[in-house]
Design a binder for this molecule. Sequence first.
Ligand code: CDP
Ligand code: MG
Length: 662
Amino acid sequence: MEDREDGLFIAALHKPAALLPISRHRKNLLYLIENTPVTIVVAATGSGKTTQIPQYLEKAGWCSGGKMIGVTQPRRVAATSVAARVAEEMNCEIGEEVGYSIRFEDLTSAKTKIKFLTDGLLLREALVDPLLSRYSVIMVDEAHERSLSTDVLLGVLKKIIKKREDLRVIVSSATLQAEEFINFFSRDEKQAENKTPIAQAISLDGRIYPVDILYLEEPAEDYIEKAVKVVFDIHASEGPGDILLFLTGREEIENVVQQIASRALDLPSNAKMLQPLPLYAGLTTEQQMYIFDPAPENTRKVIVSTNIAEASVTIDGIVFVVDCGFVKLRAYNPQTGIDSLTVTAVSKAAATQRAGRAGRTKPGKCFRLYTESSFEAMEKTTTPEIQRSNLAPMILQLKALGIDNMVRFDFPVPPPAELVARALEILFSLGALNDYAKLTRPLGQRMAELSLEPMMAKVLLAAPSFDCLSEMLTIAAMVSLQGSVWVSHSGERKAAETTRRKFAAEEGDHLTLLNIYQTFITKGKKDAKWCRDNLLNYKSLTKAVSIRNQLRRYLERFGIDIEESLGKASMEPSKTNERIRRCLTTGYFVNAARMQPDGTFRTVNGMLTLHAHPSSLMFNRKADWVIFHEVMETANKTFIRDVSKIEKSWLLEYAPDFYQIN
Ligand code: CDP
Ligand code: MG
């Protein structure tokens, strides 16, 4: 295909894969995988598990007969960035021999042999291919993270290997939890004398250089401020090496990147420069790739990241780690029924893992933005997600896979009964389950097949009866976007507000999103400049068009007619608006709240005070009852995003069972 010179040149850009610690274990690994149904691979982050094992398998012939090697990741960003890296190492375009598949984005082809995908998506594939017969090997990567989908996937794979002797499962983990996984796979196996065990572990010694840990003497009042200061202190007084700063989320990260960039302008012109780069889930694949480029000459890189960089993504050249000590985790409150992302102190295991990122290529330093006694007070490990999540999406999926009895299903750790009961109640109220907790047809079945959260899935499937399907497709696509539709602006607040107001709908954010999309389609679709002028994110909106098309295809497959309203002026816009908000209520009734005289919101049972997110139209506006798409928690406030006005009576009309007790 290409001449050899070229091939050699590309390969030489990387540290030769043969130098990675894993290469010494290649034969052992392949032998073990060949001879054991489940292989547990434990090795330090950066040792080559994710990028090398799939290539070893491919070369050893595991893709013959058109089979694939599937590698799952708990995070989309990891799936895309790792796929790009492996494609590069194998000298192919992404989507050819190496591809990835994440929700609403499939870059694979008939040629694909190694496929990176999120664990949630692989579960979804099991709906159409229950034995996952297209795969010869499935590697469940980052298993130590114990994400909800990982745990469920392990349970499903345990069932599948009983029916498919040819399938190989690899569970890879950065921390020593091999025992737990071995017990899980072999606990009900009667161990015959000379039978090979179901699961075996192999531990690869990845070398980690010593890392000096430094604590604060006094707790920091504001870890953001402290983080920026520490970055500049390191820059001024430490030797060469890039910095990795762990913060909790996109907003914090963007804020700190801007602060570092503007303070870096004051560095003396003869000094080394600082280049801050963000890393979080909403970035496009392209934007993520910058972080892997070496810094320009005379410049120190500062990667400002969420816990993505904790284990699933490895960036070369990091010598200093700054750890804020917090992480955003899913937290579900079964009393309020509200699922949120909450800023929580990290566990000791996570803090140790973060520190280890500084010692990959030479001795490093980790600056913890907390005191040693705070560290001592941390939990030992992070609680598995299955024990702190809204289980409705997962139970819906399992029901669709024919797994009806949650109590009998073999999870690595069972979910708490209270969370299961609550999820069943929600699914029942949404109409996805009947009185016998069986999936309803077609509604429940279709909700499981749609790649949307159950609440949004219900809304979309209810839309034809509210005569607003075309509009709801748009809204579903817009709220499914990872990043914001707005570009962050460094200019004047006021001017930005005025620009945004042009799209505002009195009734709330969902209708505002609809306005934005419709204007984009009619005016700005081929015009990135129109988007820039209106502070809209062209890439996000283009993505929304693609998501909408994909959702549309699902509905067409279900045999649902879609009459596009786009461009047609509605006879009575206010009637349409009401129908849309009623329809939203049929899915989002759990997420209902009422505005208080002081402008905050209170959940229906009065247990929780919520604030409209500054990005919401309902920020500083009057309303009575509202529903919202999601909740975000910070250290001291709980925000709601994508908020729309509704009538109280609609809650009783569309969710009588759910609200009868109140
Ligand atoms: O999965 P594990 O953490 O064991 O390691 P990996 O992700 O396979 O990475 C192996 C090595 O590849 C790392 O140590 C990096 O040197 C390199 N790598 C890279 O430079 N850029 C990437 N995008 C991914 C990996
Ligand atoms: Mg990895």
